[in-house]
Write a protein that binds this ligand. Structure first.
Ligand SMILES: Cc1cc2nc3c(=O)[nH]c(=O)nc-3n(C[C@H](O)[C@H](O)[C@H](O)COP(=O)(O)OP(=O)(O)OC[C@H]3O[C@@H](n4cnc5c(N)ncnc54)[C@H](O)[C@@H]3O)c2cc1C
Length: 466
């Protein structure tokens, strides 16, 4: 009798970071699993290309420290000593006609102290006055509202237009007037209710936990994909199947998992860690109502363009991480840009400057209809203007991300609650990943690991019942 014989089998669909984190947790508990990934590589949206001494993050490039999931996993994988910090923490810009340094001491444009905001040219004197009145604004109701509506109500239109909207576009590629405050920033909603003022709440939080000197973000010397490689190496190779696209699911624990090539697998528990629209396709025959709910989660397409220049070609190099662009700024197609070599150490050979443009999202939904040359030229033109670059890039890469970023819009939490209620009718079926309860790598990792624990306890209940 083999070690795992008699144990209930779990299939995880999707080898992005959510599915990998679920697999890692099962592996830690010596529970057997098979992970099915449609593509020939793991990582999903996480991809780093190494070329000619450059480290090119095609998708995500940062791990947010405040959310513990990623750093805890790095610790468990023995990667803590390899974590790197940003070179100049807390230096970022907003491109509003010219580059304005984002005042220090702010969280999404909410000041934690007023002084640095007094001198910025980013907000007009009237806009600053409106901001300063924030503590006098009465709290809103308990209903969900858009992030735009919330910031407008509390801090005024200019903060929405010039700070909150561009920062959110840079993170979620979404429309600030549709993204849900309660899904994405529940702590801001709570802060308003409990402290009556965001500025007061931020100041209070800052006094209790002063900002870490090495900033809010971490990465790894080999780019974010180093985390995926470490996860892959920690998992038993035979448990991972590549080029294994699931087309549909049938039955009830045990489920029948039908692959695109017709192969059928069976599992008592299933974790679907794919985008919500892929979940919809897989469960349509099983539960059409669940499929409709999942299909209703909107996704945005984006592109990242990496360009490298000889440093002698860059007349006005910048420090800090990069810039975000307000929607009203009409002279660029970029939503955001990073000066990669000023943001992270070790991303380019000596004498080279690497930059990255981020395009698409809600304000440019047809971005992927433009060809690579066009996307490259749009990115080069913006950086050339901002950094005084007088030559074409020596290296360039265009990465396309169709339907990549789930949009947690107003009503998302209600949708997810309804999804959970329907799932209760399918014991053994679990969902994880960025389409549902979470967004961003750290929370996807936490979600994957928590889901694996729920799977184990469900298996345990089955053993008890039998
Ligand atoms: C350009 C960009 C920049 C980003 N920057 C950051 C950042 O700096 N920091 C951060 O924290 N987050 C960032 N994010 C968000 C972050 O990448 C995601 O939240 C996270 O990677 C989502 O992981 P996931 O496993 O849930 O989904 P995915 O990465 O989408 O993985 C899903 C996997 O499922 C597979 N799959 C789909 N359908 C099937 C099927 N039918 N059968 C089998 N397999 C299937 C896919 O091939 C894929 O591998 C960024 C995202 C993008 C696009």
């Amino acid at each position: 009798m083999t070690e795992n014989e008699g144990q209930k089998r779990t299939i995880i669909v999707g080898g992005g970071v959510s599915g990998l984190a679920a697999a890692y947790e099962l592996c830690q508990q010596s529970a057997p699993f098979t992970l099915l990934e449609a593509r020939s590589r793991l990582g999903g949206l996480i991809r780093t290309e190494q070329a000619g001494g450059f480290v090119l993050d095609a998708g995500p490039d940062s791990l947010l420290v405040q959310k513990p999931g990623a750093l805890d996993l790095c610790r468990d994988l023995g990667l803590t000593d390899r974590l790197i910090s940003t070179l100049t923490p807390r230096t970022a810009y907003v491109l509003a006609d010219r580059l304005h340094r984002l005042p220090a001491n702010s969280v999404l444009g909410i000041p934690t102290s007023i002084a640095p905001w007094l001198t910025t040219g980013l907000i007009s004197p009237l806009g600053k006055l409106r901001m300063a009145l924030e503590p006098l604004v009465s709290p809103g109701g308990a209903d969900d509202e858009s992030v735009g509506a919330f910031f407008r109500r509390r801090l005024g239109e200019e903060v929405v237009e010039r700070v909150a909207e561009p920062l959110l576009a840079g993170i979620h590629a979404g429309d600030v007037e549709r993204l849900s405050l309660r899904a994405l920033f529940p702590r801001l909603a709570t802060a308003e209710q409990t402290m009556g003022s965001l500025i007061r709440a931020m100041r209070h939080a800052r006094a209790r936990t002063p900002p870490a000197p090495d900033g809010l973000f971490r990465s790894l010397p080999g780019g974010i994909e180093e985390l995926v490689t470490a996860l892959r190496e920690a998992l038993p190779a035979p448990s991972i199947r590549y080029n294994a696209q699931v087309s549909r699911i049938e039955g009830r624990a045990p489920f029948r998992v039908i692959l695109a090539d017709g192969e059928v697998l069976e599992a008592e528990a299933l974790v679907l860690a794919t985008p919500a629209y892929a979940v919809a396709d897989m469960v349509r025959a099983l539960d059409p109502e669940l499929a409709t709910l999942c299909a209703g989660v909107p996704y945005m397409s984006t592109a990242t363009v990496l360009l490298a220049y000889s440093s002698s070609a860059v007349r006005r190099p910048k420090t800090g991480s990069g810039f975000v662009v307000p929607r009203v700024q009409r002279d660029t197609r970029l939503m955001a840009g990073s000066w990669v070599t000023s943001k992270w150490p070790g991303r380019a050979p000596p004498g080279q400057i690497l930059v990255r443009g981020f395009l698409g999202g809600a304000r440019d939904p047809n971005v992927l209809e433009r060809d690579d040359d066009t996307l490259r030229a749009e990115t080069h033109d913006t950086f050339a203007r901002l950094l005084g670059i007088d030559r074409q890039p020596g290296l360039s890469r265009v990465y396309r991300w169709p339907r990549a970023m789930a949009q947690h819009e107003v009503g998302h939490l209600a949708r997810v609650n309804t999804v959970e209620r329907r799932l209760a009718g399918w014991p053994g079926l679990f969902l994880a990943g960025a389409g549902f309860r979470v967004s961003g790598i750290p929370d996807c990792i936490t979600d994957g690991r928590t889901t694996a624990k729920a799977v184990l306890s469900w298996h345990g209940e089955q053993f008890t019942d039998n």
